[in-house]
Design a protein around this ligand. Structure first.
Ligand SMILES: Nc1ncnc2c1ncn2[C@@H]1O[C@H](COP(=O)(O)OP(=O)(O)OP(=O)(O)O)[C@@H](O)[C@H]1O
Ligand SMILES: [Mg+2]
Length: 313
């Protein structure tokens, strides 16, 4: 069974997508793990980054190829998408002309927002409230069902969530063993972190009761908190600069030291230089600019990957 992890934070632009891609790349290249990426965000950033913008456009629009939208479309038609159609294999870019052979991806689609609304509106009437609760659980299980059908093929499934808690995102929580929170050490971002853990506690509680009430076999398995990964940290003198360090220390004292990844990723233009050419920073030597910064960020990212590998078990 794979370890399924949602990367979440409803604050936008904190590095959810960048970390998701780099964790997958690092787990595959450093730890020989098989990783499935699922892009749940209608902005499709992970999809563009992972396979390249032009490949994404030709797959999704020119060839009308399957994406996560197909998975939900099939659900509305009371069918199940075939994972072999929806998962693109050996297409996640590692460096110029090379791909990660162990990483697969389910691409996103801009119409996922509409599907989210359609999912929210969908009401199936059952013979009683218990059966209707079962239908509500079906709505939350669309992504879990597709993961379950490829469970033997992957060691990790990483879900890049949009910055909201709509039903598509809740599908990710429902399918996950862990949630990991990428965050920037600025005041506003960190205020939101305790809200995230509260929400997640509430979701776990709601799903557990729904599961029991619907009379499903076994029990609902809770999504555990996997920790906070600080991103875009500014350094001074070999460690986080004092303002960032203060915030990181304050979050540690609020949530406990085990809640925070010891390793973090620095701020720098290596990451955006790599993103612009749809490559991970690990391919720093192939970048047209900002190679020294990308190399530094690659080293920090590798440490985060190794820590993730050791703690998310
Ligand atoms: N460590 C970093 N240093 C510099 N730039 C970064 C770093 N991490 C991410 N970025 C850049 O910041 C921007 C936002 O990152 P990303 O898309 O990963 O965030 P996100 O949390 O997924 O955003 P959204 O909430 O919109 O999905 C991107 O342009 C990305 O290239
Ligand atoms: Mg994103």
């Amino acid at each position: 069974m794979p370890i399924v992890v949602s990367m979440i934070n409803w604050k936008g632009g904190v590095g959810k997508t960048s970390l998701t891609l780099h964790l997958a790349a690092g787990l595959a290249s450093r730890h020989s793990k098989r990783v499935l990426l699922i892009d749940l965000d209608a902005q499709c950033n992970l999809s563009f980054l992972a396979v390249g913008l032009s490949a994404y456009v030709s797959h999704t629009y020119t060839n009308n190829g399957p994406t996560l939208k197909t998975v939900f479309d099939e659900y509305f038609d009371r069918k199940q998408a075939n994972p072999d159609d929806v998962i693109l294999k050996q297409q996640v870019r590692a460096r110029a002309g090379k791909v990660y052979t162990k990483v697969g991806i389910v691409l996103s689609h801009q119409e996922l927002t509409l599907l989210d609304m359609k999912l929210a509106r969908e009401k199936r009437s059952g013979k009683d409230h218990r059966e209707e609760t079962g239908f509500e659980i079906d709505k939350l299980s669309v992504i879990k069902n597709i993961i379950d059908r490829v469970a033997d093929e992957y060691d990790y499934v990483l879900l890049d969530c949009p910055p909201n808690v709509n039903l598509v995102t809740q599908n990710a929580f429902f399918a996950s063993d862990y949630y990991v929170v990428p965050a920037i050490p600025d005041f506003l971002s960190t205020v939101g972190i305790s809200q995230i853990t509260k929400y997640m506690d509430q979701f776990n509680q709601d799903y557990r009761s729904m599961w029991a009430y619907a009379g499903l076999p076994g029990t609902y398995v809770e999504t555990k908190f996997g920790g906070i990964i600080f991103n875009m940290v500014d350094e001074y003198g070999g460690g986080p600069k004092s303002g960032h360090q203060q915030i990181m220390t304050s979050v540690t004292s609020q949530l406990g030291s085990s809640a925070i990844f010891e390793n973090y990723v620095t701020d720098g233009d290596g990451m955006s230089a790599a993103a612009q050419v749809n490559l991970p920073v690990f391919a720093f030597s192939d970048l047209p600019r900002s190679q020294p910064n990308a190399e530094k960020q690659a080293t920090y990212m590798e440490r985060v990957v190794d820590e993730f590998f050791n703690r998310i078990v």
